[in-house]
Design a protein around this ligand. Structure first.
Ligand SMILES: N[C@@H](CCC(=O)N[C@@H](CS)C(=O)NCC(=O)O)C(=O)O
Length: 212
């Protein structure tokens, strides 16, 4: 059985939980207390050299880290990742976009706001994150005007990856009301079979106020 190294409030880990659920694959969880420094311990650094969750361990002992790399592995030969090289690369395009742009903007700002770390950041830094987040949301809204899902007409791991933080952008104080295409897509992802309707608050973890 797959082992998922997990931290419940992590939406990067949620992506993996969602796909496992949509694939109906059994797995066990091992929780890593990231804000207490457990990720930086010797044992976990052997699983993921960055010390971050999520990561998975396969039955044969192989490990994979980076949420979107895990999605690619799990989605091989399923309807969540097309086999055609061009279509597959178009899915990858959004996986890289997510890791590069969404995580650095919407996800980071949300983390800061929900754990109170925004109080320790300069106004200039918060303004820059807000501007970057709004740019990301606009790009997504424009793309979703063209087709139903991010990489075309079918729901794939591109949607799973980008949706994980974007549908919670309001937690970061970001405004989605005018982004009709984005809102239509959010509703559509939520109606996919075996959608995982759970969000775990950072308040579950008394250590989440700590800096990483
Ligand atoms: N790019 C990575 C980001 C992973 C990440 O930032 N994970 C956070 C939780 S959402 C974490 O474990 N942080 C602890 C650390 O960086 O030490 C991914 O997509 O998996």
């Amino acid at each position: 059985m797959i082992t998922l190294y997990d931290y419940l409030p992590s939406q990067n880990a949620w992506k993996v939980r969602l796909l496992l659920n949509q694939l109906q694959l059994p797995y066990q969880q091992k929780f890593i207390s990231i804000f207490e420094g457990e990720g930086q311990g010797e044992d976990f650094l052997r699983v993921n050299p960055t010390g971050a969750v999520p990561a998975i361990r396969l039955e044969n002992g192989e490990t994979i880290a980076e949420s979107n790399a895990i999605l690619v592995y799990l989605a091989q030969n399923t309807r969540f990742l097309p086999g055609d090289p061009v279509k597959q690369a178009q899915v990858m395009q959004w996986l890289f976009f997510e890791a590069d742009y969404v995580q650095a903007s919407v996800a980071t700002l949300r983390h800061w706001v929900l754990t109170g770390k925004d109080k320790n950041r300069s106004q200039a830094m918060l303004d820059a994150k807000r501007a970057a987040s709004n740019k990301v949301l606009g790009i997504l809204n424009n793309t979703l005007q063209l087709h139903e899902f991010l990489s075309g007409d079918t729901y794939t791991i591109a949607d799973i990856a980008v949706f994980s933080y974007v549908h919670l952008a309001q937690d970061a104080g970001l405004e989605l009301d005018d982004l009709d295409h984005l809102n239509r897509w959010i509703d559509s992802v939520k109606t996919q079979p075996h959608y995982l309707n759970e969000v775990h608050p950072y308040s579950l973890d008394a250590h989440s106020y700590k800096e990483l």
